[in-house]
Design a protein around this ligand. Structure first.
Ligand code: PHE
Length: 396
């Protein structure tokens, strides 16, 4: 840790303590704010993996969500001056804890809506809870098809894995000219299992060959045996459909085994410890929701404001979480109410220009958006995501 970040951290502690003090006063004074009530702060719950395997996901989504709330409140709040009070719960990267966190936010804190989660397995654990209590939930980043099928109170502001698998397949087949694909999947994650199926379907439809997918379990640290088995099949591309922590290890061990072919991942590779893959990350590519290089003023303003507040660049999760809060705020405004069913109906007709694209809700409670393909590069001790191309969805 550099002196600079240490000082920043200490300052963070002091500010944190001050904020805690203010929060406890606010808690005593809180009146109203309940679903359907028309006075007091509007309580929104954000549940996230602030600790555990997916900590990078949780921290980014918290920061993005908080930035949106800060802007909305600074601009006067919603419904004639009511501030959003964002209550954040840590689910420790575990589906049962996510479900408990959401239950607490709904039944004790009486939040009017939920923002979360990033990982599809955890959104899937919470969706039935939100549905049962008729509390609208917007997942910023869960791409698994099943998530929004859980019920009519469940929405997302990202594309789905049906499309993400197609985008990755198209890029691999037409831009990288590869034909024979191996796939590694994390069988403990709904996201990875679904994305694998999508790649199998789309890469095959394009004319490529997909070898029998090879399974691992999140948390595994030694992939040499599975990679050796893959090497024997002589693929010219590998898709790793899991999350960033294992991806960093997989790329390193693959390169150590002399496997130089391109390795592709989905959005799940977006996380701080992906950088542990170091030089082995060269010749890898991911599909993503957003690129910070996008010159669009809405993106550049977001990047600038985010840097100012947090001192580092936003990743795609931060951008999606920011967008999810903006969609919710717009829906509350149009509903003229914080009543669950009314807010739900308003989210269902969302049509908002976001940092990650045009957020227009379709009848399946999904948004249809392009994916960006980025090259992951690593040089001079620094990882970067370099924009390559945009893959557009077919017209619906
Ligand atoms: N799409 C992943 C999932 O559903 C989550 C994710 C989104 C991770 C965006 C990183 C970036 O589990």
């Amino acid at each position: 840790m550099t002196a600079h970040t240490r000082a920043g951290w200490r300052k963070g502690l002091v500010v944190g303590a001050a904020v805690l003090g203010v929060m406890s006063i606010a808690a005593c004074e809180r009146k109203g704010g309940r679903p359907g009530s028309d006075t007091g702060d509007i309580r929104v719950g954000l549940y996230a993996s602030l600790t555990g395997d997916g900590a990078s996901f949780g921290q980014s989504s918290r920061e993005g969500g908080e930035l949106a709330v800060r802007e909305i409140n600074a601009a006067g709040g919603l419904l004639g001056g009511r501030k959003i009070d964002l209550l954040v719960e840590d689910d420790q990267s575990r589906p049962p804890d996510a479900s408990n966190a959401a239950t607490k936010l709904i039944t004790q804190d009486q939040v009017v809506a939920l923002i979360g989660e990033v990982a599809s397995s955890r959104s899937l654990a919470v969706a039935p809870v939100a549905q049962r209590y008729h509390v609208p939930m917007i997942t910023p980043a869960s791409t698994n098809e099943a998530v929004t099928k859980a019920g009519d109170y469940i929405f997302r502001v990202c594309f789905t894995d049906q499309f993400q698998g197609e985008a990755l397949s198209k890029f691999a087949y037409t831009d990288l000219h590869v034909r024979r694909a191996a796939v590694l999947k994390d069988i403990t994650q709904d996201y990875s299992v679904g994305l694998t199926a999508s790649i199998q379907q789309h890469f095959t439809a394009l004319g490529g060959t997909v070898l029998e997918p090879v399974s691992y379990s999140g948390g595994d640290a030694d992939f040499k045996a599975v990679l050796t088995a893959i090497r024997r099949e002589r693929p010219d591309v590998i898709f790793d459909t899991g999350y960033y922590q294992e991806a960093a290890v997989i790329v390193r061990q693959a390169r150590e085994l002399g496997m130089t072919m391109p390795i592709l991942g989905g959005d799940g590779w977006v996380g701080n410890s992906l950088a542990n893959g170091r030089e082995a990350l060269n010749n890898t590519y991911i599909s993503n929701h957003y690129s910070g290089d996008n010159p669009d003023p809405i993106v550049q303003t977001f990047v600038r404001d985010y840097r100012q507040v947090y001192g580092h660049d936003p990743d795609s999760l931060a951008a999606l979480s920011y967008d999810a809060v903006k969609v919710l705020a717009d829906a509350i405004t149009r509903a003229g109410s914080t009543d669950g069913p009314k807010v739900r109906d308003a989210i269902a007709t969302a049509d908002v220009v976001g940092v990650t694209g045009h957020l227009k809700m379709n009848a399946q409670r999904n948004v249809v958006k392009p994916a960006v393909i980025q090259a992951v590069t690593y040089a001079n001790g620094k990882m970067a995501l370099v924009y390559k191309t945009t893959i557009n969805p077919d017209a619906e």
